[in-house]
Ligand binder design. Structure first.
Ligand SMILES: [Zn+2]
Ligand SMILES: [Zn+2]
Length: 439
């Protein structure tokens, strides 16, 4: 740890200069944010009313591209299917910083009483489903469009370039398709120009819990270092021998074998891994059999693994394979097991975090900023933050007197009031990053 402390102290020297510069633009940012917010809230309502699933964000990306073009940005569309990137080049020399907003909705039927609630339908895994912005990505788009509006009004005094990334399919892609942040990176979104840092924000619309009231409108929270887990999905098939249920001695019963496997998997977390290091292994699907009096030929299992550390990930995968192997062998069954490492760990770069946390505190007030423990949810922002230093934080979006059912639920609620605050915070972060003294 000594190296990290040194870096933070070295940075602290430049903070007074930085905060003087920053405070001088805080007032103008706040009034500009308030000026553009009503239009952005209208955008938010439009997007919320017509949410689109991953890789199908056609109308949303069109709205985004049109707004960015009107502001005079260089706009690229069709990146990773529906992704949009706008480049705002300041008149003064300086670095490049990227900001990212995700655009997709979820296969959830909205059950709020919002006047702009969604009644739209979409197709998910071949079925017709309700579609809703049940994770608040509509706010992310509206806020980032607002940041683009405010900063484009400051172009003459802007030292550097801002890359506005509007990303499809954060929540995942339809089966058999590629997409999201990974695909944007593969398509070279960071190759020209290459940003020096990437910033991301998520609204927090969770119900109040014991951990803290981070969801309260205007609160900001972040986690230095590993902030969100990696996600690896896995699929297994246990093959036995089918028989009539009345003659189990003629079978190799995959249901019994799968049951043993599920219980044995619980010992990886409890017996094989250091209890001080967090991880999750969940079996989400166990599927087998067609009739009460038939022993089936096979059972399918699926689940997810969450970790903050590659070594832990490797241990879990190795132990899973050993457990599947040992138990199926002893029962004379066979198995297949596949892992799909879909999201890396989201890491907040320590230097960048130390550099930007004071901005958060200045803009929303020190008492409204909290460092929170890492969470076992995953974010594909990690693909961007694997390329260049990243900073990702949460912004509370539930005002007193309002209730949210939580992310991904039919009664998820996030308030319009997050729009002007989000614009102020993100614009402040971008300007402080670009204006900081450089070595
Ligand atoms: Zn989500
Ligand atoms: Zn989300």
């Amino acid at each position: 740890m000594p190296i990290r402390y040194l870096v933070i102290q070295a940075f602290a020297l430049s903070v007074p200069v930085l905060s003087l510069l920053a405070q001088s633009h805080d007032g103008s940012i706040a009034s500009a944010a308030d000026r553009v917010a009503p239009r952005m809230i209208e955008y938010r309502h439009t997007i919320h009313r017509h949410p689109e699933l991953g890789n199908r964000e056609f109308k949303t990306s069109q709205l985004v591209a049109e707004h960015l073009k009107r502001l005079g940005l260089e706009v690229r569309t069709g990146i990773a299917h529906t992704g949009v990137v706008g480049l705002l080049k300041g008149k003064l020399p300086g670095p490049v910083v990227a900001v990212r907003a995700d655009m997709d909705g979820l296969p959830v039927t909205e059950a709020t009483d919002l006047p702009f609630r969604s009644t739209d339908k979409g197709t998910y895994q071949g079925r017709e489903v309700g579609v809703a912005h049940a994770c608040g990505h509509d706010l992310h788009v509206a806020i980032q469009l607002g940041v683009a509006s405010v900063l484009s009004g400051m172009r003459d005094s802007l030292p550097g370039t801002v890359m506005f990334i509007f990303q499809p399919a954060e929540e995942g892609v339809p089966e058999g398709e590629r997409g999201g942040a990974k695909m944007m990176v593969e398509e070279g979104v960071f190759s020209n120009p290459r940003p020096a840092a990437v910033l991301g924000m998520h609204v927090d619309g969770d119900p109040p819990d014991q951990e803290g009231d981070d969801e309260r409108l205007g609160r900001a929270s972040y986690t230095p270092g590993p902030a969100m887990a990696s996600a690896t999905s896995w699929k297994a098939v246990i093959k036995g021998r089918p028989a009539h249920a009345s003659t189990p001695h003629l079978s190799v019963d995959p249901i019994v074998v799968a049951s043993e496997v599920v219980l044995a998997l619980q010992t990886i977390r409890s017996r094989n891994l250091d209890p001080r290091v967090p991880s999750v292994l969940t079996v989400g699907i166990i599927r087998g059999g067609t009739r009460h009096n038939i022993i089936p030929a096979e059972v399918e299992l699926e689940g997810t693994i969450r970790t903050f550390d590659k070594a832990v990930q490797d241990t879990i995968e190795t132990r899973m394979r050993e457990i599947f192997d040992g138990i199926t062998k002893s029962a004379r069954a066979t198995f297949s097991l596949e892992f799909n490492r879909s999201h890396p760990v989201t890491v907040n770069d320590s230097l960048l975090t130390a550099r930007l946390a004071p901005t958060l505190e200045r803009v929303v007030g020190k008492a409204n900023v909290r460092q929170r423990p890492p969470i076992t949810g995953a974010e594909d922002f990690s693909y961007f933050a694997n390329e260049v230093p990243g900073f990702y934080f949460f912004l509370g979006a539930v005002p007193p007197g309002k209730k949210s059912g939580g992310h991904h639920t039919p009664t998820f609620y996030a308030d319009d009031g997050a729009v002007p605050i989000g614009i102020r915070v993100m614009t402040g972060l971008v300007l402080d990053f670009l204006s900081a003294p450089r070595s």
